[in-house]
Design a protein around this ligand. Structure first.
Ligand code: ATP
Length: 252
């Protein structure tokens, strides 16, 4: 197994009496795609929110490259290269795809991207932004305003915006949500490429995509860890089937 990038130890998040996350200990390795799945309310988004610093744990630890990071400020997570995409779209519709990525890069570096400045005044940012767009296959859309690209391309743009923050860890929250088959296939191919380079934590309901992409799958139920294993191990585990059937969700 490659180097462990992120590790959780006994991670808990409680909302009053509700245990949204209960004693979760997981490791996420470099250059691997580790999916987090489970029925609605399992705690998947809560876990991502803890891993990117948006929520503070009730108890337990998060380690990045063996250093505890659970008490650092949310912006410090991004500075360490822990980048997160969102389920709800996070882009500026009237800015071009390139500008959206430049804004993301600038936020990461500190300060604010100035739309009014001539573009050649921000060469480093624009270079980073352009590279990020190329990586997701949107190089040809750089001068198109985000509102004018398709829904699928907007989701690609969101991934490009995370890449523009120079991450080593990508936390992706349902990047295939609301997509048709063809658009999903594009994202699957993209993630296959990206996992050669990054540690990816993927929360996704599309189980075909999860089975195709994952090196490891963790199944959670009601805030608790059920099983972590390879695609085959998880597919064959009767506890997984039972957990989903009990909730009325379809997995297979
Ligand atoms: N800010 C909050 N305040 C109170 N309860 C919350 C909060 N955020 C999440 N919860 C609760 O924590 C539990 C886990 O929610 P979470 O969103 O992490 O689940 P999920 O697995 O991502 O679900 P889904 O697949 O529906 O997105 C749920 O019972 C949810 O209602």
């Amino acid at each position: 197994m490659s180097q462990v990038m992120i590790e959780t130890e006994g991670l808990c998040k409680h909302w009053g009496g509700l245990k949204a996350l209960d004693d979760i200990s997981l490791t996420f390795a470099d250059k691997e795609l580790h999916s987090i799945v489970g029925p609605n309310g399992a705690g998947k988004s809560t876990l991502l929110n803890l891993l990117c610093g948006t929520y503070k744990p009730t108890s337990g630890r998060i380690l990045h490259k063996n250093e505890p990071i659970d008490s650092i400020k949310p912006y410090a997570f991004a500075r360490r290269g822990i980048g997160r995409s969102f389920q709800k779209t996070n882009i500026y519709p009237s800015a071009t795809c390139l500008e959206n990525c430049a804004i993301a890069a600038q936020r990461y570096m500190g300060g604010s991207f100035n739309f009014l400045k001539p573009r050649n005044k921000e060469p480093v940012l624009l270079h980073i932004a352009e590279e990020a767009l190329h990586k997701v296959g949107l190089g040809h859309r750089k001068d198109t305003v985000a509102a004018a690209v398709s829904y699928g391309e907007q989701r690609q743009l969101e991934i490009a915006m995370v890449l523009a923050t120079s991450p080593c860890v990508l936390l992706l929250d349902e990047p295939m949500a609301g997509m048709g088959h063809e658009e999903s296939a594009l994202i699957i191919e993209l993630l296959k490429q990206l996992k050669k380079e990054y540690c990816i934590v993927l929360v996704e309901h599309d189980m075909d995509a999860v089975f195709e992409l994952s090196d490891l799958i963790t199944v959670m139920v009601n805030g608790q860890h059920l099983v972590t294993g390879t695609v085959d191990a998880v597919r064959e585990d009767p506890r997984v089937k039972e957990a989903y059937l009990g909730q009325g969700d379809e997995v297979y």
